[in-house]
Design a protein around this ligand. Sequence first.
Ligand SMILES: [Zn+2]
Length: 315
Amino acid sequence: MSILNKRYFTSEKAAFKHLEAVLWPDGPVCPKCGSCAQPYDLAKTRLGLKKCRDCKKQFTVRVGTVYESSHIPLHKWLQATYLICSSKKGISAHQLHRILDITYKSAWFMAHRIREAMKDGGLPPMGGEGEHVQVDETYFGKKEVVTKRTKRGKPSHSSKMSVVSLIGEGKARTFHVDRADIPTVKAILAKNVKQETALHTDESYLYKNIGKQYGDHKTVKHTAGEYVGTEGQHINSCENYFSIFKRGMKGVYQHCNERHLQRYLAEFDHRYNTRDLKDCERTELALKGAVGKRLTYRVIDTEEKMNPFNELSTY
Ligand SMILES: [Zn+2]
């Protein structure tokens, strides 16, 4: 059976059942008061509607998730989440708009809310004694406001968007930064990497002094044509990550406004960190991440008003 034949992709009732099974594995939980008492079933009034026995508030599984207050049927949300999770380099808002038969604007909103669901917030620092973390930065696209140019008038790194990535034990955390400079990199590492960890980096000046504050610091000499150091250190995972990310940003999204970049990075992090899972399992994790991110919905609304239609892709 094709994955596209799954009932929850076509039937709204099955979609509710599926999301309920994923988000409430032990039965419904009231989003208002947290009560786990079996709620009254008001499905006859509205699909998926329940009423809490304790606080008497009505709710569905969509309340408190990125799917709340959306006019798009839930089964289309499940389709969109699956499409984003199963496309290695992403899927443009235009393609979602055509496949799901919704407006481009709705598709754009949906994709950003799904990316928000893919964000891993509040993770503990990575690495530790005997562990290593690869650190690398990359530059791509164009900044909206170019502040500096090099002497010959060529665009310098500061005219491009900057991204810093940390990869430890096969898991990536990638950050959009205004400028990849020493204080910024230092702050990211302080928050995300345990001090006993060995850092693996290239020879960039960014890491020279910072490296001394960690358990160990090994570099690869790219300038000497070296890709794996004498002690086996490398930053190839970061480079592979950047390569997929750039191909996606260039080939699929074609352009992204800098203020949305962190959400695109969350999308690429999510797929990278779940690359050994099946598409369905990766999608399920993205559905689980939809909880508790309701607030950002308004943030996206505001950003969208400031800068509508930020992907250039028309296919
Ligand atoms: Zn309640």
